[in-house]
Write a protein that binds this ligand. Structure first.
Ligand code: PMP
Length: 351
């Protein structure tokens, strides 16, 4: 066996077990597919791809479509294979070996994971017991470590909490480095850091097609930020990283904004129904602005509840063994029928 890099030896991979179940509510996907008209338009355009040619390296039409939708210029947009690859490209460009990356835990595990893989040191801030972030803790992390990149996730995963705008502006005032607002779930929430973007401010906002756009299978995400920031990413990313079919899929999806908004409305109203039903049981529920809800049963252990739901063929995310999340589980909002099955399962186990 050939030894891996010393700093990778201790690293665990990212795990999200997939089990064959009747009701799968563990990975924050959309429970509904994109509209048929999108599939038809996609099939027709894909049939005309020149497969022997490399795709448009700049993904020009896709970037313009994303930019138009957000009302920004195309040179403020960079797209890659899922927002995970966007995050990786940002960290390769602005972090990397010898640099520091700040996260405020608990949060999306891939921020720290990718930072370590690219050779950066991860400096962790701690959220309060209710998962909100104390500005004094942000100040401590920045003053002690002067991070080159700092992440805030809003709504946060796995907690679902929306970060108030003040936290992001405070972090921008404190930090010397880049501030990344990971907004994978922003369309389920009532505000976005996009409103804070400015050419002279080191703030960037990442988004994904995996959730609201019902396109987790496509692997497409993007970042919007100042033009100087986007130019640097374009130097680092591999040539032709976005294949031709994906560029078409992303561009066409944006023609169905109305369908997307309708799905988001349904999921938000189902989220509120789920949260209310859980609150009527012996469960602590974290308020969510996303398409999932973090919860903690108070009369049984989290792991036990997870197993007893699984016995009923209902799979949720088991966060109970994660640091700072003892006994916590996370449920993705599903279709009304799936949510009924989940609530019913909870009632059977807990009452
Ligand atoms: N950011 C957050 C906060 C997430 O929860 C996820 C998906 N779990 C991602 C980024 C990555 O999304 P994708 O790579 O599918 O775009």
């Amino acid at each position: 066996m050939i030894p891996v890099r010393d700093d990778l030896r201790q690293l665990d991979g990212y795990h999200s077990p997939q089990v064959d179940v009747r009701v799968r509510l563990n990975t924050n996907e959309s429970p509904l597919p994109p509209p048929d008209a999108f599939r038809d338009a996609l099939a027709s355009e894909i049939s005309r791809i020149e497969w022997h040619r490399y795709p448009d390296r700049q993904a020009t039409e896709l970037r313009h479509a994303i930019a138009d939708w957000h009302g920004v210029s195309a040179d403020m947009v960079f797209a890659a294979n899922g927002s995970n690859e966007v995050l990786q490209t940002i960290l390769l460009t602005f972090a990397g070996a010898g640099r520091r990356v700040a996260t405020f835990e608990p949060t999306y595990q891939m921020h720290a994971q990718i930072a370590r893989v690219v050779g950066s040191e991860v400096v962790e801030g701690e959220r309060d017991a209710d998962f909100t972030l104390d500005p004094a803790e942000m100040r401590r992390v920045v003053e002690q470590h002067d991070p080159h990149v700092a992440f805030l996730t809003s709504p946060n995963n796995p907690t679902g909490l929306v970060e108030p705008a003040e936290r992001i502006t405070e972090l921008l005032e404190l930090a010397n480095g880049l501030v990344v607002a990971d907004e994978a779930y922003a369309q389920f929430a009532d505000w976005s850091a996009l409103s804070l973007l400015d050419e002279d401010r080191p703030l960037v906002v990442t988004r994904t097609f995996s959730k609201t756009w019902s396109m987790a299978g496509v692997r497409l995400g993007y970042v919007i930020g100042p033009t100087w920031f986007i130019r640097e990413l374009d130097k680092v990313v591999l040539p032709y990283h976005l294949d031709a079919a994906k560029q078409i899929a992303g561009r066409l999806a944006l023609r169905y904004v109305g369908d997307m908004d309708e799905r988001v409305r349904l999921i938000v109203s189902e989220r509120e129904r789920l949260s209310a039903a859980m609150s009527a049981l012996p469960i602590d529920v974290t308020p969510s602005g996303a398409n999932f809800v973090l919860f903690r049963p108070t009369t049984v252990g989290g792991r036990e509840l997870w197993q007893r739901l699984l016995d009923r063929s209902i799979l949720v995310r088991d966060c109970s063994g994660w640091p700072r999340l003892a006994d916590c589980l996370r449920v993705t909002v599903g279709t009304p029928d799936e949510n009924d099955a989940f609530i019913h399962g909870l009632q059977e186990v807990l009452t």
